[in-house]
Ligand binder design. Structure first.
Ligand code: GLT
Ligand code: MN
Ligand code: MN
Length: 381
């Protein structure tokens, strides 16, 4: 059957304004693409077939905008979204760009900076709610250190908890109905960021007053920078009922945050991850938090955005193929054959005779299984 991998609304593909709006600046060079307005970016997203757009407060409303400017921007953007059939499923807050956050936002040593960060977040929540956003992402990019001389990490964690508890209360008081999705990253822009991995956040969330309101937003690049498995992080979050959102992109391990086009590096990992999301019936957004190469103009940005979605749909189809493959299924059935019985009582278990040599005597066929997987991914099965 011919599949043209066309994105459809039911695929829930979203992009941040900061992703397709990324102008190619890096620490060593300036912008290479002209600035596009939020309205133009929504038009671009509609053209490539996205379902939705997400934004930080200041991607949409400049930080120094007056109240009337804000209202004008909001009303223009609302019109653009509705004219182009684009939804706003998620909103977030920029707590990393301004110099005021140089020592962190929720974890800064100066209490006024912490309070300002919380106030800025409350306003960003209001802004997102005006667009019907249901997920609020918190990425604590500046919540970290270059020198641990400045504060103890456990003190920072207490401050982070105080901030999130307060914001949950505000969410309840205003009846916004948000779910918060915490996004981890090990480093960059800080030398060390306090919540380095998705699973670190999952432990932290359990200590919150309203833990049911808070989950995670794992990002491929952020898990893979330190060489971890994004797929495993996603699966653990899912199993705990905490996979509220996901940031899809790609990354070579051990490097700076590359935010590459989804699936352009770690094809096999992303195959397992997409297959997992589809198999378990993840219903959240498939958000691409990536940007086009610095070599590109806006046609290239569209190629980039289309490529993210196309690769996702190709991997989804490969997953279906893997599930339907009779040779693969036969091996899986054999594996499952050994997965019988339960632990039973202590007495029972202690009385059972195990022949450890016999248990280790038969090959498990994982080589064959993996090569069949590779054949599926390569498209020769
Ligand atoms: C920033 C970061 C991303 C986060 C965004 C949300 S902002 O671009 O690199 O990983 O998801 O704050
Ligand atoms: Mn991200
Ligand atoms: Mn990133």
């Amino acid at each position: 059957m011919l599949n043209n991998y066309q994105p459809k609304p039911e695929h829930k593909f979203t992009f941040g304004l900061w992703t397709v709006g990324n102008r190619g600046a890096d620490p060593f060079g300036t912008q290479v693409r002209e600035k596009k307005t939020p309205v133009e970016l929504v038009e671009l997203l509609a053209e490539v077939g996205a379902y939705g757009v997400n934004f930080h407060d200041n991607d949409l409303v400049p930080i120094d905008a007056t109240a009337s400017e804000r209202n004008q921007i909001v009303s223009d953007f609302k019109k653009a979204c509705s004219n182009n059939g684009i939804k706003v499923p998620m909103a977030t807050v920029n707590l990393f760009y301004e110099p005021v956050f140089r020592d962190g936002a929720f974890t800064a040593n100066d209490a006024r900076v912490r309070h300002y960060a919380i106030q800025k977040t409350m306003r960003a929540m209001e802004l997102g709610a005006e667009f019907g956003a249901e997920i609020f992402v918190l990425w604590g990019g500046r919540e970290g250190v270059e020198t641990d001389a400045c504060r103890r990490p456990d003190e920072a964690i207490k401050r982070l908890r105080e901030a999130i508890n307060y914001l949950c209360e505000y969410n309840i008081a205003q009846n916004f109905g948000y779910k918060f999705a915490m996004e981890a990253k090990p480093n960059e822009p800080r030398a060390d960021i306090y919540m380095p991995t998705t699973t670190a956040y999952m432990a932290f969330i359990e200590t919150l007053d309203h833990k049911e309101m808070v989950g995670v937003n794992p990002e491929v690049a952020h898990e893979q920078m330190p060489g971890l498995s994004m797929y495993h992080a996603v699966a653990q979050a899912w199993e705990a009922g905490k996979l509220f959102h996901i940031d899809l992109n790609d990354q070579y391990p051990g490097r700076y945050d590359q935010d590459l086009r989804f699936g352009s590096v770690s094809v096999k990992q992303m195959f397992w991850m997409v297959k997992f999301l589809e198999d378990v019936g993840y219903e959240g957004m498939r958000h691409f938090d990536a940007h086009a190469y610095r070599t590109e103009d806006y046609e290239g940005v569209k190629d980039f955005a289309r490529g993210c979605m196309r690769t996702y749909l190709i991997l989804k189809e490969k997953g279906e193929r893997w599930n339907a493959d009779s040779e693969i299924q036969a091996i899986l059935a054999e594996i499952e054959e050994t997965n019988k019985g339960s632990l039973g009582s202590f007495e029972n278990l202690l009385a059972t005779e195990f022949d450890r040599h016999e248990l280790a005597s038969k090959g498990l066929q994982y080589e064959r299984l993996d090569q069949l997987t590779m054949d599926v991914i390569f498209g020769v099965r």
